[in-house]
Structures are given as C-alpha cells and as structure tokens.
Write a protein that binds this ligand. Structure first.
Ligand SMILES: Cc1ncc(COP(=O)(O)O)c(C=O)c1O
Length: 430
C-alpha cells in the first residue's frame, strides 16, 4: 500500500524497546522524523506520519489513571497500525459505530471486546454484531431503537444496554448532543423500560469533543445521578464517553488528571453505587498527538499557500471548525530566512470551501516546493479523507520523533518554532 521502498528508508537513530516492538507489528516504513521522510521521498502527494510510541504512552496513561474500563473510540482513527499500537499497550475494549468498524476490530484486535455505541443502527448490523461477532453491548436513545435491538437479537436475555443522555456540551470545541441523546424530560420512561429488558443496564453521555473544562463531566454525572434517583433503577455501569482533550496552539486545556479527578470526585459526591462500573470512550486524547500530515506547497499567493491536502483530505477540522494545528516548515535543500508570519491554506480541490484560515505561523520566505509538517492530526485526520477531485494519497509512514505538542507528562515536547532544515538537523544531532 505505501508507495515507499525499503531503500528509501532512513535509519532510526534511537532504539527504545517500545518503539521497536510496536513498529515491528505496524510494519510501516520508518523515518526518524518528518524531515528525514521529506529528504528521502520528496513526496508530491501528502504523506501521513504515525508515531506508535505516542499512542502507547497515551494508552498507558489512561489505563493507569482512569478508574474503570477504557474503550477506544475507533472512529477517531481506525488504521491498522493504530489498533495494533493500542492493543500492544493493553487496550482491549473498542467502541464502534458501524459494522465496518466491527470488522476492523475483529481483524486487527481479534481478542478485543466490542461495544456498539452508536444510538441509531441498521437492524441488519445489530443482528450481525450480536450473532456473528458476539457483541452484547449497545446504546440507544429512543423506544424505537430499543425495540429494534430486541427484535434483531431475537429478544436476547444477555444484553447490556446503555441509554444515551443529551447533556450540556458547553465547553466543548465540538458539540455532540445535537443529534443524539434523549432529553432529561423524556429519559425517565426510556430508562425504566430499558432496565426492564437488560441483563446489565447503563447510562452513557458525551460531553462533546475536545472538552475544555473538566466540570462538564461533573455536571453530566450530577444529571445521571438525579435520573437514577428519580427512576429508582439499579445502574450497573456509567459510561462517561469521550471528550478528553488534546492540545493545539490556541487550545490549551487543563491537565488530563483534572478530568480524572473530577470523575472520581463526582462518583463519590453523587452517591453512585460502589458496584456501578465506570467506562470511558476516549478517541482524540489517545491518538491526536501521534499523527502528522506532511504537505507540499504547490503555489503561494501573498500569505495564502496552496497545499496538496485540505478539508476533503485529512484537514477537515482545519476548515469550518477552524482548528489551528501546529506547523513547521521543511526545506531539505536550503535554509529559511526572515521572521515567522501568519499564513492561511487552500486545499487542492476546486471547491472554494476548501480553505483553512489558520493562522499558521511559518517562515516569511516559504514558497512553492517547500514542505510543511502539520501536527496533532492523529485524531479525525486520515479517517476523514475522501477521493474528491481525485486527490487521495496512500503514503503512510512511521515517525520516531516526539509529537509536536503533548498532554502527557512523560512525553517530551519538540520546539515547534524551529525551522527545520539540514543545518538545524545537524545541530539537533550534534
Ligand atoms: C459515542 C462516541 N464515543 C466516543 C467518541 C470519541 O470522542 P473524543 O474523540 O472526543 O474523545 C465519539 C466521537 O464522536 C462518540 O461519538
């Protein structure tokens, strides 16, 4: 699949055990960093870099700190090497949204346990999940979906059913309560009915993606606790969903440990039963740091750069949601000069919406033929690619350097303001 030959690979100057073990399994061509990749391949299409050791660090952190079951939200990045890196780190539970994601987990993590947490599912997919893949856990937010699940599973008696609540998504960069989740007003009936037909009964919610305030989990858990009290049901499991943040140049969230503390404290304060099991479904926080997209500048018009990936590729969130990603310029055959300036990007398609305002800070003399590494794209990056206008790259490689920004205390940070050129690489190696 990758358009890279082994002779093009640069040697890895490091030899950490975790890196070696994970790399062996993922089997992608490996480069010490984006600069070496560009130097070796001079790619005219976007190249997607993945750091397995970064996923490993993030997964270990969640497994060590979250007081319950950690399920990876597969939609965030379903690539085989991501699933391998996660299983290698000890993640054994997977939150899926579709039959395709179920097949992906079954293929790449055959021992993994699958949870079908999309509140609206095709009946055929529910049946296949239950009868062919052994899935027992499903979420729902309506009476109609509840009946659909029961019918599709032949009124199974061993179901774990989670009612998804719509809760405030006040501090999230991306709200996820608009389409899914039953309102608090309508939840009582659904909770009691679902409890009646479940072997194990749970409640789940999503505070919205990239939650910038740990208090959102507290508010949601208070609402769940009120609902449990009002309905008098026994709650076997509480799934606090995803939403755990990553870090971006203009979004510096509280430390991840604050989110864990808020969840622990709320569990105690709101009187949840000690036997109620906690689940979470992180996506972004586990994989964002691990990915970089490496693009080439095909044209410059003033401070707008026409690059070869865009919102129909791995940069969807840089478009309308206007996420600002960390960037650094790469020029293997020369030096950058001058100061840093703010740039915007145009993607390669003919659609005027294919624009990413940024601002992205890059050297003032950046020009056609330079490359740019765009970081923090392991989450909702490669998974969002389309083939629109014929732009679709399959160049994937392993990167063995540190992520551009990190939420994890054990992960060193790179200086992203440094222009990367041969001279800087020599300095870094010296
Ligand atoms: C049901 C569900 N769980 C988990 C996630 C992952 O969320 P995040 O990437 O914000 O952690 C999502 C994201 O859309 C989701 O819909």
């Amino acid at each position: 699949m990758p358009t890279v030959t082994s002779s093009q690979l640069s040697a890895n100057p490091r030899s950490l055990n975790v890196r070696q073990r994970v790399a062996k399994k993922a089997a992608l061509p490996a480069f010490s960093n984006a600069y070496s990749l560009v130097d070796a391949l001079r790619p005219s299409e976007p190249a997607y870099g993945f750091r397995p050791h970064s996923v490993h660090t993030a997964a270990r952190w969640f497994l060590d700190h979250f007081p319950g079951r950690v399920m990876y939200a597969v939609k965030t990045n379903p690539d085989a090497q991501v699933i391998h890196a996660l299983t290698q780190a000890g993640i054994g539970h997977f939150d899926v949204a579709s039959l395709k994601e179920i097949e992906t987990v079954a293929k790449h993590a055959p021992k993994g346990k699958i949870y079908y947490m999309h509140p609206v599912k095709p009946a055929e997919a529910i049946a296949k999940a239950y009868f062919d893949y052994g899935v027992r856990t499903f979420s729902l937010d309506s009476h109609v979906e509840l009946q659909k699940i029961l019918k599709a599973t032949d009124y199974a008696k061993d179901l774990s059913l989670f009612v998804r609540l719509s809760i405030p998504n006040e501090h999230a960069a991306m709200a996820l309560s608009g389409k899914f989740g039953v309102s608090m007003d309508e939840a009582k009936d659904l909770v009691m009915e679902t409890r009646r037909v479940s072997d194990r009964f749970g409640i789940c919610f999503h505070v919205g993606s990239q939650s910038m305030a740990s208090g959102d989990y507290r508010t949601a858990m208070m609402l769940v606790s009120d609902l449990v009290e009002q309905t008098g049901v026994r709650l076997d499991a509480l799934d606090v969903g995803g939403g755990f943040p990553s870090v971006y140049p203009e979004m510096d969230p509280p430390a991840l440990i604050d989110y864990i503390n808020a969840i622990n404290q709320s569990f105690d304060d709101f009187g949840f039963d000690v036997d109620c099991e906690l689940f979470c479904e992180p996506g972004r926080a586990l994989v964002a740091e691990a990915g970089s997209t490496i693009v080439r500048v095909d044209l410059r018009k003033d401070n707008m750069l026409f690059i070869n990936d865009g919102i129909y590729g791995s940069l969807f969130d840089a478009g309308f949601p206007n996420f600002i990603y960390p960037v650094r310029a790469l020029r293997p055959d020369g030096e950058f000069e001058g100061t840093m300036e703010a740039f915007g990007f145009y993607g390669p398609t003919c659609d005027s919406m294919d624009v990413m305002k940024g601002p992205f800070l890059l050297p003032e003399d950046i020009r056609e033929g330079d490359w740019i590494e765009i970081g923090q794209l392991g989450a909702y990056g490669t998974t969002m690619r389309t083939r629109f206008n014929g732009f679709y790259s399959e160049i994937m490689a392993e990167l063995q350097d540190e992520p551009m920004l990190t939420m994890y205390p054990d992960m060193p940070r790179l200086d992203i303001n440094k222009h990367v050129s041969k001279r800087h690489l020599r300095i870094a190696k010296a």
